[in-house]
Design a binder for this molecule. Sequence first.
Ligand code: FE2
Ligand code: FE2
Length: 375
Amino acid sequence: MSKGPSEAITGAVSRASTRMRPAPTTQGRQYEVLVVDDEPLTANLLAEGLGMAGFYAVPCNSGADAMGLLDRTTFDVVITDLRMPGSDGRDVLAHARRTAIGPEVVIITSAAEVNVAVECMRMGAFDYIQKPFDLDVVVNVALRAAERHRLEAERRELREVLRRSKHALMVALEARDCYTLQHCVNVAFLARRFGEFVGASQAILDAITSVGELHDVGKIGIGDAILNKKGPLTEAEYETMKFHPQIGLEIIDPLGTFPDEGSLVSAHHERWDGSGYPLCLEGDDIPLIARITAITDVFDACTTTRPYRKAMPITDGLRIVEQSGGKGFDPELTSEFLRFFVREFGPTGDEYAQAIAELRASENGQPIPVAQSEA
Ligand SMILES: [Fe+2]
Ligand SMILES: [Fe+2]
C-alpha cells in the first residue's frame, strides 16, 4: 500500500543490467511475467529489472487489472504484492491457479505476514518473497517458477500424446486378444485405487492413469499360438512370453514417457524375492509403481477368465495375494492391499465384481452381467 519502492527493493535495477544473465527463453520465446503491485513505481522497477534479466515483464497496478489481464493473455509467472486495496494477492493467486494451465504465482509479503504467505503456499503459490528483497532474488525465483511452468506444460502435452496413443494401442491389443484388454483395464482401475489408498505420489497416480491399461501392451508382440493358447505354456513358450515387458517398454518409450510410466510397463513382473523378470530386481530396487501394479496384476489374472482357465473366486484371489507377501510381493504392500480390498469392496468382494462390471459397461458402452466376469 503506502510504501516507497526504495523500501521494497534493495537491489538496484542497474545491477541487473551489469550482471546480465542469458535470456531465459523457452521454445524461442521469452518467459512472460506479470508484475502486480499497487505502487506503480515498485511494479515498474520490478518489471524493468526482470526485463533486463531477459524476461518479458508486464507491470500492473491492481488485483482487478491483473485478473483481467490473466483472462485475456497467458503468462508463465505472476509476481504479486499480497496487500493491495480491493482484490489482493490472494485473489490474484486464486484467479491465476483456477486451472491447471495457469501461471506459477510468487507472492511478495512483509515479514509480519509469514502466516498468510504459508496460507498462499497451500493455495498453490510457487514461492513467496519477503520485503525488503534483492532484485537478484526476484529474478532467481521468477526463473525457477517459469521453468516449473514450462515443465508442467511439457508434462501435460506428453500425457495428452500418451492419452491419444493409448487409445490406438488398446484397439490394437483388443484385436490381438480381448482377454488381455479387459485384464489391462481392470488392473489400471485397481492399481489407481490401491495407489490412492497407500498414499502414492501424484506422479505415480498419473503414471498409472497414463499407462496402467498398457502394462501388457508388449503382448502385441507375442505370437497368437502362445497368446491365445488354451492350456499351460511350455517352458519355451513361457520364456517367449517373458519378453512382453521389454517389448511394451519399446512400444511406449518413443512416446517420450516419464520414468514411472516406463517402470510400470517394464517391471510389473519383477518379484520382491528376485524371482521375477526381466531383470530379477529385488525388494526396494523394484520401483514402487511396479510393486503396486504387480499385486493388482496377479489378483486380476487370478479372478478373471482366461483362454486356458476359468476365473477363481475373489476370496481365493485374495488368499493367493496373501500367500505371496514377502515372496513375490512387497510384504507391507500385501497387507495394505488386503486392508484396501476389504475396505473398498467388502469382505467377499461382491462390490468389486460390480465395480468391474460397471467399468466394462463404461468401456464398451453396454452393460455386461456381473456373473460373466465371475465365471
Ligand atoms: Fe504382464
Ligand atoms: Fe498383466
